[in-house]
Structures are given as C-alpha cells and as structure tokens.
Design a protein around this ligand. Structure first.
Ligand SMILES: [Zn+2]
Ligand SMILES: [Zn+2]
Length: 291
C-alpha cells in the first residue's frame, strides 16, 4: 500500500511537493483551489509545469484531486445542478492539466426529492459531463459517504446503481474506455460510520465480499484511510488519527495488509497538525512493515 495525505495548496502549487515529501508521502491528494468557493482562477502554466516535474521526480503516485465541496449532482434545483455539472467538467480539465490520475467526488444530496430521483440525476449528470469531455483520461472516483440527511452514497447498493447507470451509456457515446473507467474511493471512516463493520476481522471480510458482489473490487482504485472520532454506525462524519479512534490499531493493521487491498494507494485525511501527521505516517508505515 502506498500512503499519502491530503496536502494543502496554500501559497500555491509550488509548495505542494515539498510539503508532501516532508510528511513522507508516496502519493497525495489536493484541491485545485479553495474547497468552499465556486471561483476558480486559471492555473498558471509555468507553475503547473514545475509542479508536474517535481511530482514525478518525487515519485508521488498517484496524484488525486478531490472535487471541492459545493457542487451537488443530485440536487433537484435545476440551476444548481447545471452549475455543478459545469464545475465538475471544469475540474476534470484542471485535473488533467495538473497530471492527476483520479478525481474523487461525493455523489451528492437529493434534498427535497427522493433517493431514486437523486440517483437518476447523478447518473444523468455524469453521463452528460463524460460525453462532453474531449480526450480527458482522468478517472472519476465516487466516494462512499457517511450518509445522514439526504446524502447519497453511504451504501454500496447506491454506488453500484450509479455506476451501472453511467456504464450503461458505453457504446452509445463511443468513449467506452473512459466511461467504464468510473471507479470508487472507499473511505474507511465513512464506511465504519455508515455501519459497515470493517473494524473487525470478520466484518472486513464480509464488507469486502459485499463490495465485490455489488460493485466489483476491480473498481476500487483508492482508499481514504481515516480512523473515526465517532462510534460505529453513528452517521456522523468525524475523521481521527490512525489507530487512535473508534476503529483502533488492529483494524488498520488488517486493512493495510489485506491481500485484496494492499495494492491500493491510500490517502489520509486526518486532522492536519503537522506533528500529528508525521505520527500518522510513521504509524501506517510501521503497520505495513509488520506483515
Ligand atoms: Zn474521504
Ligand atoms: Zn469525511
């Protein structure tokens, strides 16, 4: 398993690789601009060029972009959904420019409608966006969520339905390679908070079997490796330091070394104090080394 963190782009992309190296990263995740604003200033060519070269030299692989928090592909608000689709399309372009392999997003919230309608809207949005990209090979990954409220994606069933809907346009648009490429990012804390018992030995096996049956483990491209501050099935999304939360150290030792997971890149989204994250990185590398 390759480990990395979500790295801040504060001060510009020229600081990102140094920051990642300092923390001992082997892979990394970024936002391409503020995560709480719609506004995207264009990426500066020379800075991007330098960033790409630095990233390759530091062997940080893969590069993951996380979509910012405002777009919602499931919303019944037509204007908002159109804005969200445009934003995701633009973010795919920015991800490509940065040389990213993956773009991670949450499926969205269905608000004042129902889950089925929400799922249909996510499918429609993704098909529309994908069919209007041109030569973009950044892979879209849907992330499982904690659930709660009207947020979609806390069950493997919902993710599977979305993926099936997106994949079904294969052959119609003639961009097969891209469409079949929609994958999944599994967040360990979100799964635990949503009620998947991945903290126990048997629970992890059952959860992976269920994932494989409904979605297919071949679609699993990335882990978000986070412990949980909140209890099992709490539906409350609070990340915590590896091994120090409700999931515990043994859970992470099993996950990191699991034969069906250990080939994956894993991004930690633990609370961001530097000394804590140096410790988190030391912890996961120690757990990896044990088996
Ligand atoms: Zn996550
Ligand atoms: Zn989270």
């Amino acid at each position: 398993m390759r480990f990395g963190f979500h790295i801040s782009i504060e001060g510009g992309f020229e600081n990102v690789v140094e920051r990642a190296k300092y923390l001992g990263c082997e892979t990394l995740q970024v936002f391409t601009a503020s995560n709480k604003q719609w506004r995207r200033t264009p990426l500066e060519q020379d800075k991007v060029k330098r960033f790409r070269a630095q990233r390759i030299k530091a062997s940080l692989e893969p590069l993951v972009v996380h979509l910012f928090y405002l777009p919602n592909l499931a919303t019944p608000d037509t204007k908002m959904r159109r804005r969200s689709c445009r934003a995701l399309w633009a973010e795919l372009e920015r991800s490509q420019t940065l040389g990213a392999e993956f773009l991670v997003l949450h499926p969205g919230a269905f608000k004042k409608s129902d889950a089925n309608q929400g799922i249909e809207r996510v499918i429609g949005s993704l098909n529309q966006i994908i069919s209007s990209t041109n030569g973009n090979d950044v892979k879209i990954l849907l992330e499982n969520t904690t659930g709660g409220g009207t947020r979609l994606g806390s069950s493997f069933e919902e993710l599977a339905r979305i993926i099936a809907g997106v994949t079904s346009v294969t052959g119609v648009t003639g961009i097969e390679g891209y469409v079949t490429g929609v994958g999944v990012c599994l967040d360990t804390a979100h799964a635990f908070q949503a009620g998947y018992p991945i903290h126990t030995k048997e629970g992890l096996e059952e959860t992976l079997d269920e994932f494989d049956r409904l979605i297919g483990l071949s679609r699993l491209c990335l882990l978000h490796l986070n412990d949980s501050k909140t209890p099992f099935a709490s539906r409350n999304d609070r990340h915590w330091h590896i091994g120090e939360g409700e999931m515990g150290m043994e859970a992470f030792e099993r996950i990191i070394n699991h034969p069906r997971l250990k080939h994956l890149p894993a991004i930690m989204e633990t609370p961001t104090a530097e000394e804590d994250n140096l410790k988190n990185m030391a912890t996961v590398k120690r757990l990896r080394g044990k088996n």
